[in-house]
Design a protein around this ligand. Structure first.
Ligand SMILES: Nc1nc2c(ncn2[C@@H]2O[C@H](COP(=O)(O)OP(=O)(O)OP(=O)(O)O)[C@@H](O)[C@H]2O)c(=O)[nH]1
Ligand SMILES: [Zn+2]
Length: 291
């Protein structure tokens, strides 16, 4: 049997990337019974029934599963923000970071369009997130600056790009590999934001190995499935301090003798990050009320 990765599912056909070729496969009948779904990113074993056709015999165990969009075995997310145009929103960065942590993805924070602002502004941004422990890259996709360093991180992995519209996701992919199939849209002059121009959900292969998930309208900003007591786990600088709070159930909001609030007051945790924590906490509570 041969192995491959589902790169696209369409009309009960599965397109399997196997080495450098794409094999169009059906599922063996027994898989069609019961509650089963084969999704993009799944690894399969198949047998050939024609030069480029086959039948899927086996589905290998999933390493991970991303729900929105539904993709299996995603290794990491590249959170892409423009430094300016549209101006970076630090609270939006925190929201994306929290969702990525919650999704158990490795995170690469990518600050794009550094050609449009001062080096000091970029350095401050990079430092802010590096201090927390994140991997941060600053790039100018349009000029090709920093693209090699980014590509080195994507090699042999399944990556997903997320970030606000107009941040430059499509431009980055095209810079890595011309014609990766994504369209780039001009940022609307009027509102300073771009339109979502990417449409198909599938895995696009990098020539040197690895895949990127092309995601339509991947918003990445919902906290639906999150519990307020767990929110702190998605802030790498808050979770190690939490055990020092007086109350074991402390959620670092209004409780007395809270070690997290003390760390904020003493400057060990950035006040903006704590504010993002409170904002998201509040949002999770509001969502719960809605049920
Ligand atoms: N100056 C400058 N402009 C850039 C850079 N990268 C992208 N742009 C421009 O920013 C605009 C938006 O880029 P896209 O790649 O379409 O952004 P996107 O994140 O894919 O946007 P959506 O498809 O709407 O999600 C385009 O006009 C790009 O030419 C950069 O490094 N510097
Ligand atoms: Zn606390």
């Amino acid at each position: 049997m041969l192995n491959g990765i589902v790169v696209k599912a369409y009309n009960s056909y599965y397109y399997i990337q196997s080495g450098s070729k794409i094999v169009t496969c059906n599922l063996r009948g027994r898989f069609k019974k019961g509650r089963f779904s084969l999704i993009v990113g799944d690894e399969v074993a198949y047998t050939l029934t024609g030069p480029e056709e086959g039948i899927i015999e086996e589905i290998l165990p999933r390493r991970s599963m991303l729900k929105r969009p539904m993709v299996a075995n995603v290794d990491q997310v590249v959170l892409t923000f423009a430094a300016v145009n549209p101006d970076i929103s630090l609270s939006l960065v925190d929201r994306f970071l929290v969702i990525a942590e919650f999704s158990e993805l490795e995170i690469i924070l990518c600050i794009n369009k550094i050609d449009l602002t001062d080096a000091e502004v970029v350095a401050e941004l990079v430092e802010r997130y590096q201090q927390i422990g994140y991997k941060v890259l600053s790039i100018a996709a349009k000029l090709g600056t920093g693209i090699e360093q980014l590509y080195a991180q994507l090699h042999d992995k399944i990556s997903v790009f997320a970030g606000p519209s107009g941040a430059g996701k499509s431009t980055i992919l095209n810079a890595i590999q011309p014609g990766l199939g994504l369209t780039t849209g001009e940022v609307s002059q009027k509102i300073g934001r771009g339109k979502h121009t990417t449409r198909f959900a599938e895995l696009l292969p990098f020539e040197g190995g690895g895949f990127v998930v092309d995601t339509p309208g991947f918003s990445f900003t919902e906290f639906k499935d999150m519990e307020e007591a767990h929110l702190m786990d998605y802030f790498p600088e808050i979770s190690p301090i939490a055990p020092k709070c007086k109350f074991s159930t402390c959620i670092h909001y209004k409780e007395p003798q809270c070690a997290v609030k003390k760390a904020v007051a003493e400057g060990f945790i950035h006040a903006d990050r704590y504010q993002s924590y409170l904002d998201i906490l509040n949002e999770i509570r509001e969502n719960k009320k809605g049920y």
